[in-house]
Design a protein around this ligand. Structure first.
Ligand code: CP
Length: 302
């Protein structure tokens, strides 16, 4: 890729990932710099967001750049029938970088073919969420002191959860062991299990969210059941509350174990977990600011 776009986490090799994590660490120490003075970043959110959009926009503001864009596509000319192609062509004329979230798998890759400026994928359907993965990796390193040889348990909606798909791919550099906890309807898709097999990554699948699983885990990655991806809402109703982590389930966990969640949460982490030493999802969301500052600078070659 000649532009420094980020469409999929596999656009980054191990060295690039580690360099970005180091850059994020520098931004954590000093998030207010004027590196983006004179730059305009377009923030195009065709799907709802709190953390991704606001942390990207904060990242640009703290680096001295300017943000244009929309958080609701109904306020854009998409509502009048404008195509994604035309929107991207127009915005390429105004901005130096486009950060885009879209509800369709593959929309970011398509936009990148059209845009004359780099595209950062801020989540495309159930496909990829590579900037979330960078903040997840940053958080895993921050809490574990390493990315290597960790047991990562992914719980919940492993079918539609783009964050787990991206994280799984990124972790192949670091010899992980995965445990996939999901009901039959929301199992990890075959293509990602095949990916594990190709890379020699150990994984096990189970429907049981048992104390044994939790107690073997270094990173417990909880996910929300993605209501917006279901074509059959009756099926969503059947599975929406299938797993809930409560504080009492953490009594036998490893001392280093941390609970992560890309957020927003609904019912999958009870409020009483927030007061445990294992809860780390709010710090994780803060790390999005530093990881995204590093990614914006990469995209703009700064
Ligand atoms: N984790 C995440 O993507 O959160 P938002 O949907 O709030 O951006």
């Amino acid at each position: 890729m000649d532009k420094h776009s980020l469409i999929s986490i596999s656009d980054l090799n191990k060295e690039e990932i580690l360099a970005l994590l180091k850059r994020a660490q520098e931004f954590e120490k000093n998030p207010n710099q004027r590196i983006l003075a004179g730059k305009v970043v377009a923030s195009l959110f065709f799907e709802p967001s709190t953390r991704t959009r606001l942390s990207f926009e904060t990242a640009v503001n703290r680096l001295g750049g300017r943000v244009i864009g929309f958080s609701d596509p109904k306020s854009s000319s998409q509502a009048k029938g404008e195509s994604l192609k035309d929107t991207i062509m127009m915005v390429s004329n105004y901005a130096d970088l486009i950060v885009m979230r879209h509800y369709l798998d593959g929309a970011a890759r398509y936009a990148n073919e059209i845009a004359s400026v780099p595209i950062i994928n801020a989540g495309d359907g159930s496909n990829q969420h590579p900037t979330q993965t960078m903040l997840d990796l940053y958080t895993i390193y921050q809490t574990q002191g390493t990315l290597e040889n960790l047991t990562i348990t992914m719980v919940g909606d492993l079918k539609y959860g783009r964050t787990v798909h991206s994280l799984l791919e990124a972790m192949h550099h670091f010899k992980p062991r995965f445990k996939f906890v999901a009901c039959d309807e929301l199992r990890m898709p075959e293509q990602y299990k095949q990916y594990c097999t190709e890379w020699g990554i150990e994984y096990e699948e189970t429907r049981e969210f048992s104390p044994e699983i939790i107690n073997q885990t270094d990173i417990l990655y909880m996910t929300r059941v993605q209501r917006e991806r279901f074509s059959d809402l009756m099926e969503y109703e059947r599975v929406k509350n299938i797993y809930t982590l409560t504080a009492s389930m953490l009594t036998g966990c490893k001392p280093n174990m941390r609970v992560l969640h890309p957020l927003p949460r609904v019912t999958e982490i009870a409020q009483d977990v927030d007061d445990t030493p294992q809860a780390y999802y709010f710090e994780q969301a803060l790390n999005g600011l530093y990881a995204r500052q590093a990614l914006i600078c990469r995209a703009l070659d700064l």
